[in-house]
Design a protein around this ligand. Sequence first.
Ligand code: AHG
Ligand code: MN
Ligand code: MN
Length: 336
Amino acid sequence: MLINRNVLTLDEFTIQEMRAFPSATGELSSLLRDLGLAAKRVNVEVNKAGLVDILGDFGTTNVQGEEVKKLDIYANNQFMGVLKHGISCAGIASEELDDIVIFDDEVSNNSKYICMFDPLDGSGNIDVGISIGTIFCIYKRVSELGKPCTAADFLQPGNRQVAAGYVIYGSSTMFVYATKRSVNGFTLDQAVGEFSLSHPDIKCPTDGKIYSVNHGNFFRYEENVRNYINTCQRKDKTNGGPYTQRYIGSMVADVHRNLIKGGIFAYPGTIDRPKGKLRLLYECNPFAFITEIAGGRATDGKQRILDIQPTELHQRTPFFVGSKNMMDELDTFIRK
Ligand code: AHG
Ligand code: MN
Ligand code: MN
């Protein structure tokens, strides 16, 4: 009997996807469900910003020397907590933690996945009511099942991702995730407290008219990047323009918008920070994976992000991501 359902929840959807693979164990579905739960909890706190004592600095800096906000810690603990208490994750790495966390109990040691995340992206925007997000990615372990996971499980190139996604706490709260099959977006239905499929099979438009870059750094970018930005500014009707510049300062929000509307996002290296600001493992790899599955491209200016072999947990990389034709045009400038 075919039962006509209007809207699938995140859990229903992941279970449907699993049905396509008779050998699937359900571990990935259960991991995604855990992440969805943490996202709902973080969403509740984000929505209370200003009403309770959750705004402001935690009073420390993280391993990368950046100010830590109270919500950074709250979100980190929620995501780490659901994965530790779940049954599908052997260990995690987080932007907010110096080192990997190996769960090392019998169930976790027999789990085939590890997870990495940026618990709150754009945290500088928390205090001012602007969209923020969470970014995550999931890999199959390379270490022996039945034993604790190891550092090698976390230092895999992005092309080994099994799934990656993000949550955007914005005008609505969305959970978007990609597997090799497709990218799908779920909007939090506050009435029932579930993420519901609202954006099936997201495709990044091949062309776009939005470029997202921090113009304040313009004179610290290398010449080829400046030339590309100049070209974006000079576009008109005769050559695919005019372009519009949008830069929120929360990468989740900037890349999400470009994924839906078409566009390019860049965080290039600067004179003082040749590797830029964004972290390969928690920010760039997940978005490179999601964007490629949606039909776009992502590079560090020279090579495909997903082919970079990571050497350290918190390594940074210049990052360019977006619509295929815009990325191809960028290449004609920066690969000269
Ligand atoms: P995080 O809050 O996790 O440290 O990340 C902030 C990142 C990213 O979201 C954003 O695109 C970028 O920092 C903005 O940096 P600038 O202010 O240097 O442009
Ligand atoms: Mn971030
Ligand atoms: Mn962060």
